[in-house]
Each structure stands twice: as C-alpha cells, then as structure tokens.
Design a protein around this ligand. Structure first.
Ligand code: ARG
Ligand code: ZN
Length: 864
C-alpha cells in the first residue's frame, strides 16, 4: 500500500457478526428546507444477541441536534460521536430513542443520501446512504417497519413521496404541507426512499392474480408526461410475468416510479418507490433509440423483480450482494427474452458479459461473485456481481431444469420471506427444493476468474464411437484451485447438418473434473460438435476449430447462439490474422475467402430473423478483438477492422444497398437494425454517394434509432456533412438532456484524427458538466471505454485526460470518479510504452490530496 496514515480500512466477510441490537420500527419526520433539512427519527430497539450494552449507529455528514433515550435527553458526556458514528449505552433490552439531525441536501453532490436534482428532493440509500440522512444501524440485516412524514413548502414541493401506502396528508398550522407514508413490510434502511418536488404524474393500474387493484404512478418532470408509455407498459408486463413465471404477487396498494436526471446508477428498487435515472424511464420514438427502449424494459423489470428478490428477501451483509443482483439480473434477462427474440437477447447478454466482466475477471480487480473483502462497497456493484452472478444462476437453472428450478425458487421464497440471508442459504434452498446436489457447484461463488476450456475429439469408425476430451483451467484462481462444476450443453451434427442426438436442445454434460472424456456410441460418422450451446457457462473456449468447421456451424447449427458465435469466431480469426500481418509486406486488406463466403450467404438468407441477421453481420468490436491478444495492438486492430469494413462494403455494395432499401421505411426494430448495419458497411467505403445516403437518412429520419445511426456514420468523416449534421442535431435537441448525451457520446467515440481535440473541446461546451453522472458517462466514460485508438494514443493524452477528470470528480462525486478508473487498470495488456503511461496516470491519481476511499481502492488495486 502506498498510503499509510489515511489508508481506509478493509472490511472482511469473515468478521461478520450479527447485530447486538435490532431496530424494529422507525418513525421518521423529514422537514425539508432550503437551507437546513431537519430529520427527527424515533427508533424502537430490541436486543438481538448478547454482547453488551453498547449501541453504535452509523452517521456521516450529519449535524447532531439532540439525542434522547427513553424520553431522557442524553448529555454529550454520555455519548461518543465521531464523523462516522454515534455510540451510547442501552438502558435495557428494549428501549426507544429519538434523534434529531440537520442535513444540507442542496450541497450534496455525491448523490448519495438525500440530495437535490433539478430542484426536487430525492434519495439514494443503497448501499450506505441512509447514514447520510440520520443516525442508524445502516446494515441490511437490520430490518424495520417505517412510517415517514414529509413536511415542507407545498407550493414548491406539492408531491411528497416515501415508501409504502399513503396514510394521510394535509396542512400544518404553520401553513406547511405534510404527507405521511406507512410501509408495513420490514426493510433494511438501504431500501428507504423519499421524493419531493413539483412533478407531473402518469397513472395506470394493475389487477393482481388475487384480484387486488394496484395504483401505478410514474412521476416525471413537467413536460415529460408523454414519454412514459413504454415504461408503464413494461411495468405492467413485469408484474404479470412475475406472477405467471414465479407466482409472485405485488404486496402494497401502490407502486411508484420517479425519474430523476442526476443519478449515479441506472435505478433503485426502494420499496414501493423506485427511483430511476430518467434514461431508463423516458422514451418516445423521436428521442430514444430501439436500444433505449429495450434498456427501459429491462431496468423497469429488474427493479420491479427486486420486490421479491431483494426486498422481501434481502442480503444479510454486502458480501451477499449477488444474492439479489445476480438473481434479479437473471430474472430480467428471462423476462426480456420472453418479451422479444430470445436468441438476440442471449447474444446481447453474452456480448455485455464479455465486454465488461471478462476483462474485470482477468485483471487486477478480479473478485469472486461473493467477495471476501472490500474497502468501499460501492465499488462492488460490478459486472462480476451482476452479470457473472446472473450466469451462475442461469447455470443452476440449466442443471436443475425449468420445473425443478421453480420448485427450488418456491422453497426459497417460502423459507426465507422476511429475512436477510446469505448466498449459501439461497443455494441450499435450491438444492432442497429440487433434490439436485450443488455441493461442487458452490465453488462458483468463491472462485474468481474465467475458466478456460480446451476440447479435443476423436472418432473411431470401427467402433462408431465418438469421444470428447474436455479440460478446464482457471489460471486466475491459482494452480491449486479445485475444478468447477460446469454445464456443457452439446449438440452433434452430421455432415448434412442434422442433429445426431435426441432433441435439438442437445445434451447436457456435467464437467466436474480438471479433465474428463465423454464418449458417444453409435455415431455413424465423425460429427461436428456444437459446444456450450446458448452459452451454457461463462467460460472461454480455447480450442479453435478449423475455418471449415466454423463455416459449417455458421450455416447449419440449430442453436442460434452458436450459429452467431461461429460467425464471430470466423471473423475474429480473420481480423487477428490481419493484425498479425499488419507490418509485413503481405499485409491483407480484406478478410479471408471463407469469411467472405459466409458473409455472402447471410446477405441472401431472407429466412433469418432480421435482428439476428443484423447481429450476425456485425463484425466483433475493437475491444473484443483486443481481448483475444496477449498485448493489444491498438492501432493495427483499428486499421484491420476498418479495412475489413471497407472491403466488405465495396465487394458487396449491391447486396448491401438492396438490404438497405428493402428494410427502409419498415416500422420494425429488426429491420432498422439490419438497415443500419448495411449503412455502416456502405459508408465505410467512404464513397461520396454513401456519405450522402447517411446524410439523407439523418435528415429524413422519423425516429432516433435511424437518426443516431446516420449521425454516427457522419461523425467519423471529414465531409462537410459532419459539421452540418452535428450542429443540426444540437440545435434540434438542445433542451433534451438525454438526447444531448448521445451527441456527446458520438463525438467521444469518433476515430477521426482530430477526435481527441474535439473531446477536450467539449469539456468547455456550455452543456457539459461534471455534476451530472449521465453527462460524465456520455463524454468521459464513452471516450475511455469506447474509443480505444484515441484513449490509448501513444502520446499519453488520453490517459492524462481521464486521470484529470477522475481527480476533479474525486472532489464532488467519488462513486462516479471511482467507476472511471478501471480502463487504466488494464495496463498489463498494453505495450511497454503504454504501460508506463498508464501507470503514470494511476500514480498521479494516487498522489491526489484528499483521495476518497472509493478512488483510492480502485486506483491502488489497479496498480497491483
Ligand atoms: N440495487 C440497484 C440495482 O441494481 C443498484 C444500486 C447501486 N448502488 C450503488 N451504490 N452503486 O438496481
Ligand atoms: Zn439490482
């Protein structure tokens, strides 16, 4: 460790202790003020374990006004008070306390606790934000019923919301307005929420499976009412789906969603009062892309599903975070797959896992889905906890099968409703409910790293026996790491492309040893294996079949995921080959013949679902190609991919133009996707005609999907249309923050030579601010993660740009600052010159005065 005096403390799972006292009921009064907001909290305590009389409450950035215990005012001599906690002695095993604190939400730029966004009050308490509102046992295993009375100026804040059902409202003698909310379901403080402001409301209703009528309310800023329809429909679909799929019914009389524009993450599942980043609520075809619509559907579902997986049954401590997050991501993935094309959804989920989680699991920030320690819990809302966590649940689902999985889930809900539990209790419930042994499977919870699988096969025509030898290695988990239980879903195809085994879904092999051989009898001729169908485990498949085999699978596999995968592997192989020969005299400027033939077949296969076809036609991204190399050849990758795009565009110009035209003017997401993939190849040729085609699409678009796709093609050119379209876009959408985020992102990701100047210039744009997380992500996050050529520029400018912003953000929003560190942590994967520059950037950050624990932990670990 570099720092000593102020190195923040590490928290360990092994140190978990149940609380000595519990808080069972909270009566909270929040008086909103422009200067000071006063919070009065009446708490009921009761003993939970032996362990003395000391009561320790968390509290940060609070001004303590008074403390009473059992009605007696406690003088300062009888309590201890630091900037992190408040400690006093319990008078008995059951007692009450009344604590008054003052806070200043208007100065809260961290966006944790109670803060203001666009003039409205709102909260974010997960993970440890409630302690910034009042003193409390701010840990998830302390669950209490809450009654919340919000008081304030009714002309400024006519809407006042909190968790639960509305219990009363009116006007106080002094003229202030109050609303009282009662939440009868005991909950941890991280699920507390409060919102107050001058908001518009869109209402609907849902009748539950037992016939209860639930009020549904979406609160947004005035003027945004017409952008809530998709969110509302997604909510109703989610409620219905959770009833049908898992038998889960909603449990309050009202379900509220509030959209706020300053929000650190996507959304938050507070009981009965979900608070959302407006990006995941507001949409109309004119302002939101198809991808935005899908994002809204899945985040609305995710937060709603948390009501059972997260709220009714919550986490014992934050090391169990994947208990609710992995499981709820799995559930929202299932839901979206049911609402849309399951194959395309699976492809997208795997792409996201590979883009964000695989590098994390291979780098200095690798951790198991149940970590053993942390410095700052907010740094552990990671792709590993969420996305790999979801893959782990999916594997359980695969091992148990649909019916037994449901039995296990039913038992889990039954057994643990109202409790704060561990992942171990979850797995035990699934095991007991299904009767399937998950002993070895549990290792997925404690082993970091992505297993690498190698497969070799043999066929003996004399015995008609086929065998597959499968090996698993997990270098990140160390040489002694015991083998994982890995479900390998398998199909065998004959030379006509027919399935050789029962059922197109294929067989499921249980890989449980380091190396294992599986044999199949009665196989008439050497088959082509289709391995890890539907991506049945989050692993890397090392062995690389010959191009012909990939081409065969690409054309014949009945498993759509593997069909897509075969095409991508073929493309990756070609691109890597081009990268390798980049500096040699025989440098190719087009992908191989096998790839071109496979691509040609796609162009005329009208039977394929358009969205699937679009996904299959797209080349793997630069980051993904880089992941396949020990040392990422940043520039060669960019040039190889650009050259491939160009040669495909030139060679297949007629077919691509036909696809473009056929799919234009169709009101269908898949068609738009296909058309825009075609456009990307056509514009890659840089021919004037095609640039003008993009410009025309930009101007004539009737929806944001087409408009942004076209603009994205134009921002990478020096054509006069570049400036014209960007200026037009800005003028058109100046007042819509979410749309302007796209304008920043497109420029942040441009690869043209002057893009770095553009990005630096944009920092000074009047619409840019470091105080809005979406804006930070749209420019700085998009640049660091989505513009490899400029971020990794050998001048070091990109790294300095990022580290400067992290140091600035450290002062106002440490959570957001910390999230930007990870691209620098990948330094081991770059050339020596770049390594030096990346480490320099990390060291600059580490030397910053007043470094937050958030940024300290990420930076310090990244250097290791
Ligand atoms: N529970 C929220 C969700 O998954 C996310 C909360 C993230 N909190 C944080 N401090 N990063 O929907
Ligand atoms: Zn979640």
């Amino acid at each position: 460790m570099t720092r000593t005096s102020q190195t923040p403390a590490t928290i360990f799972l092994k140190d978990y202790k149940a609380p000595t006292f519990r808080i069972t009921d909270v009566q909270l009064t929040v008086e909103l003020g422009e200067e000071t907001t006063r919070v009065t909290s009446n708490l009921s305590f009761s003993r939970n374990t032996d362990g003395g009389q000391q009561v320790r409450l968390h509290g940060e950035n609070l001004t303590l006004v008074s403390l009473e215990v059992e009605g007696r005012e406690i003088p300062p001599a009888e309590y201890t008070h630091t900037d992190k906690d408040l400690t006093f002695l319990a008078p008995s095993d059951q007692f009450t306390a009344r604590i008054v604190t003052d806070i200043r939400p208007q100065d809260n730029t961290e966006l944790e606790g109670l803060y203001k966004s666009s003039g409205n009050f709102c909260t974010q308490c997960e993970a440890e934000g409630f302690r910034k509102i009042t003193y409390f046992m701010d840990r998830p295993d302390v669950m209490a019923t809450f009654t919340t009375t919000v008081i304030g100026d009714g002309s400024k804040y006519p809407v006042m919301l909190s968790n639960g059902n509305l219990d009363g409202h009116g006007t106080l003698k002094d003229g202030r307005q109050f609303f009282r909310w009662v939440d009868p379901h005991p909950k941890p403080a991280y699920l507390f929420a409060l919102v107050a402001g001058d908001l518009a409301c869109v209402s609907d209703e849902f009748v539950t499976m037992s016939g209860r009528r639930i009020d549904l309310k979406i609160y947004v800023e005035k003027g945004d009412e017409d952008k809530c329809a998709h969110a509302m429909q997604s909510l109703k679909n989610s409620m219905k789906w959770d009833e049908e799929k898992y038998g889960r019914e909603y449990d309050l009389d009202i379900f509220m969603i509030v959209a706020v524009s300053d929000f650190n993450m996507g959304a938050m599942e507070n009981k009965g009062l979900n608070v959302f980043n407006s990006k995941y609520v507001l949409a109309s075809p004119e302002t939101a892309t198809d991808a935005d619509f899908d994002g809204i559907e899945s985040v609305i579902a995710h937060e709603y599903f948390h009501n059972w997986t997260g709220n009714r049954i919550t986490c014992r401590d934050w090391f169990q975070l994947t208990l609710k997050e992995g499981l709820t991501v799995f559930r929202d993935q299932q839901f979206s797959a049911d609402m849309n094309s399951a194959a395309v959804k699976r492809i997208e989920d795997v792409q996201r896992l590979r883009a964000a989680q695989f590098p994390e699991d291979a780098g200095p920030l690798a951790h198991p889905i149940q970590p053993q320690s942390y410095v700052e819990i907010n740094n552990f809302y990671t792709a590993t906890i969420y996305e790999k966590g979801a893959e782990v649940i999916r594997m359980i689902h695969t091992l148990l099968g649909e019916e037994k999985f449901r039995k296990g889930m039913d038992l889990y809900f039954d057994r643990h409703d109202g409790q704060a539990v561990t992942t171990e209790e979850f797995v035990a419930a699934l095991e007991d409910g299904s009767g399937v042994d998950l002993t070895q499977f549990r290792r997925w919870y404690t082993q970091p790293g992505t297993p690498e699988i190698t497969v070799t096969d043999q066929y003996d025509p004399a015995t008609r026996r086929y065998s597959l030898t499968v090996r698993q290695d997990n270098p990140k988990a160390g040489p002694k790491a015991p083998p994982l239980h890995i479900p390998l879903s398998l199909g065998l195809l004959d030379d006509q492309g027919h399935e050789l085994m029962e059922g197109a879904a294929g067989n499921m092999l249980n890989l449980t040893e380091h190396e294992q051989t599986f044999t199949f009898d009665d196989i008439p001729a050497r088959p082509v294996p289709s391995l890890f169908r539907n991506f049945s485990a989050p692993v890397k498949l090392g062995s690389n079949p010959a191009d012909e085999r990939l081409d065969f699978l690409f054309k014949n596999d009945s498993d759509p995921f593997n069909r897509w995968e075969a095409g991508q592997r073929l493309a990756t192989r070609c691109l890597l080959d081009m990268v390798e020969k980049h500096d040699s005299p025989e440098r190719p400027n087009a992908p191989s013949g096998t790839f071109m033939d496979a691509f040609a077949a796609l162009l005329t296969d009208e039977d394929l679902d358009p969205a699937f076809r679009a996904a299959a036609m797209a080349l793997p991204g630069e980051n993904y190609i880089g992941q396949q190399m020990p040392i990422v050849a940043v520039d060669a990758i960019h040039e190889a991919r650009s050259a491939s795009m160009r040669s495909i565009g030139t060679r297949f110009e007629d077919d691509l133009t036909r696809i473009y035209n056929q799919n234009s003017g169709q009101d269908n997401m898949g068609c738009r996707r296909l058309k825009n993939v075609a456009l990307s190849y056509l514009t890659a040729t840089e021919s004037e005609d095609h640039i003008l085609l993009a410009a025309r699409q930009y101007r004539e678009a009737t929806n944001m999907t087409d408009r942004v796709a076209a603009l994205g093609r134009l921002v990478d050119t020096d054509h006069p249309e570049h400036d014209a379209a960007l200026a037009d876009f800005y003028a058109r959408w100046e007042t819509d923050q979410l749309v302007i985020d796209k304008w920043f992102t497109l420029q942040a990701m441009a690869s043209r030579p002057q893009a770095m100047d553009d990005v630096e210039g944009l920092l000074k744009h009047p619409a840019f601010t470091l105080l809005n997380p979406n804006r930070v992500r749209s420019l700085i996050g998009a640049f660091a993660a989505g513009n490899p050529v400029h971020f990794h520029s050998i001048s070091g400018r990109g790294y300095r740009f990022l580290s400067d912003r992290i140091m600035e953000l450290n002062k106002t929003n440490p959570q957001i600052a910390a999230r930007l560190v990870s691209p620098l942590g990948q330094w081991r994967r770059y050339s020596p010159e770049r390594q030096t520059l990346m480490k320099e950037a990390l060291n600059r950050i580490l030397e910053t005065e007043n470094l937050s624990p958030h940024v300290f932990e990420m930076t310090n670990k990244s250097l290791n």
